[in-house]
Design a protein around this ligand. Sequence first.
Ligand code: SF4
Length: 362
Amino acid sequence: MKVNPAYNTREKLLELYNKPLLELVFEAATVHRQYHNPREVQMSSLLSIKTGGCPEDCGYCPQAARYHTDVEAHKLMTVESVVEQAQNAKANGSSRLCMGAAWREVRDNRDFDSVVEMVQAVNDLDMEVCCTLGMLNEDQALRLKKAGLFAYNHNLDSSRDFYKDIISTREYDDRLNTIENARKAGITVCSGGIIGMGEAVEDRIGLLLSYMEMETPPDSIPINALVAVEGTPLEDQKPVEQWEMIRMVATTRIAFPQSVVRLSAGRTKMNMEGQALCFMAGAGSIFAGDKLLTTPNPEFNEDKAMFEILGLVPKEAFADGEKPVSEPDPIIEARKEKDRLRAIQLEEAKAKGFEPRKITVQ
Ligand code: SF4
């Protein structure tokens, strides 16, 4: 049951969300146990592969170039350094690596070629690979799928109505299109929202309704609490109470029984008891590692201690779907061949005493 028919209207979802908290958690825990192993929680790592300088205006985001925050812009990481970070994350128990680039959209250029190589390389490490790269067309989605991409993250953030108060540089429908493109390519969809941006409870319900209206709801639904960063338009937002996170996680769990509900940003403001209630209510994943793109997150060691106390175990990679096969990418293969020929020509030229920079490849 991908969508719970008992809660498929705004009114029913709102009633569910507002239930006495412990009743809600109990119902969510019951649903969770029907579809998931409650002891397993996936540890995922989120790596910012290209930081800052983004042309978009998402009001919560310190990576938007127009806001004056402490985030330093960095160009795309190398494939080698991504692999190193992935190995480290895997050694610390992560079974999924999510690579985030602060782009408006994917462009068909060298940087995208590098991301394709990163996907291949991390998939080869037997980790689930997820990317969040902004808007994506069907061809790009297919290219990533063939490289071995397991999931694509593209959040709707909030309800269609409230979205306009937070982002003006792209439409809600643009986001839905990208999600659709990932879905068509056979990539699993990770899409969720942020609470604590000044939205009403009705907007949180509106977000869930947007997912209910999809032909297939997201395979993963991350629930984030806003991390208010100085210099962004939302810098003065009060932190959300952890009870609100628990409510949102539980409601999402009940509404989408088969999806993985991900307890994502904002965990540093929660104590272990609050997180425990989220796991009880169906959160099946956390982000591990001391950074969530650019904002703080609990250290690997803190989470290991929490897992031990709560009797949780890290979920293995590909427990919810087969490992994708990485196929050779024609663009990368052609480039490698060109590089190979160039190296040969350079050697030949050197042997003849020519200057290397005068050589061109036909
Ligand atoms: S959330 Fe993504 S798209 Fe929006 S400003 Fe930040 S990096 Fe850019």
